[in-house]
Design a protein around this ligand. Structure first.
Ligand code: NAP
Length: 289
């Protein structure tokens, strides 16, 4: 038996798997497209062909896929429910507070435990001192898996019993990130359109790692970095819109930013770095390069 099964081997799921492999933790992996599982280094890893096999392989299952409803997407088929009994499911796919509450109820009804977590670092940070993940859910569920989760990095934080707390705080945090993105993109556009080198703007913020990285990406045109894609950021924007609808809030901010992301998707930048938005915002040559 493995210690943990990882569902999803995109950029983040693969990084979760590699962090376990680095520490010698036996894992089982499942991915919708099996080639991504076969691409992992064959150390301490079993590849599950089916979801039932993947669930049965370990007491703990971690999900990290680009689908906020993935608990139901993966486990909704009643034929696999017997494999959920007595298991702990840790959801690391970005999701909605409402969805997280529903997932907890749904899994509890099937005698499975549930934790929700939000990853607050890049894939390259997992398994290092900079690996940062926030968790919420019952402490009786968190405590037994704390040691296992600690393989993911030096900043594993538990924020309390309320299962939806981390989802709420994550969406709030994401909102600040989108605000920063739009501000940085417009700042870069001002500089370039007036003939000022981006490096001069970056040097105004020697202690701001985000401006160094993001405006540096625009300066260098390195939009092909293997980190969160524009498409993954856009998916979280869709969640911000949905949360506003669910809570009866104004959705003006995510709608406005979402319009910019839509233009980048239409220009085929989905798989690039989020700063590829600059190529549509700078407005030259009909908005694309
Ligand atoms: P990614 O590289 O685009 O990979 C997406 C993964 O989700 C793939 O394994 C894909 O399977 C799977 N997937 C998507 N829809 C699915 C479905 N309906 N059923 C089964 N599998 C499905 O995305 P990622 O960067 O790893 O992100 C995964 C999650 O982590 C997202 O919720 C994201 O918000 C969160 N996250 C990512 C980052 C980051 O820096 N990348 C940071 C924080 C949080 P296939 O291989 O078959 O397509």
């Amino acid at each position: 038996m493995s210690e943990v099964t990882i569902f999803g081997l995109g950029l983040m799921g693969s990084a979760l798997a590699k962090a376990c492999q680095k520490d010698g933790v036996p894992i089982t992996v499942w991915n919708r497209t099996i080639e991504k599982a076969e691409a992992l280094k064959p150390v301490n890893v079993s590849i599950a062909q089916t979801i039932s096999e993947a669930l049965a392989a370990s007491p703990v299952s971690i999900i990290c896929v680009d689908d906020p409803s993935s608990v139901l997407t993966l486990f909704g088929n009643s034929e696999i429910w017997s494999h959920l009994e007595g298991r702990t499911v840790v959801q690391l796919s970005t999701s909605l507070p409402k969805q997280v509450r529903q997932d907890q109820t749904w899994l509890t009804e099937r005698n499975a435990d549930f934790l929700y977590g939000a990853i607050h670092c890049g894939p390259q940070d997992l398994g290092t001192k900079d690996g940062h993940i926030l968790f919420s859910g019952p402490s009786s569920v968190y405590k037994p898996v704390e040691g296992l989760l600690s393989h993911q990095g030096g900043k594993i934080e538990y924020l309390g019993e309320d299962i939806a707390a981390v989802s709420v705080l994550d969406l709030a945090w994401l909102s600040t990130r989108f605000g920063e993105f739009i501000g940085m993109l417009h700042a870069a556009n001002i500089c370039q359109s007036e003939g000022i080198e981006l490096q001069k703007f970056i040097e105004m913020f020697p202690d701001n790692a985000r401006i160094q990285h993001h405006v540096g990406t625009i300066r260098d045109g390195t939009y092909d970095q293997r980190t969160a894609t524009l498409s993954v950021w856009r998916a979280s924007l869709e969640l911000m819109k949905q949360q506003a609808i669910d809570a009866g809030m104004d959705a003006g901010f995510p709608n406005l930013v979402g319009g910019l992301f839509d233009r980048a998707v239409q220009a085929d930048y989905s798989e690039e770095h989020v700063m590829a938005l600059f190529k549509v915002l700078r407005g030259d040559a009909g908005t694309v390069d």
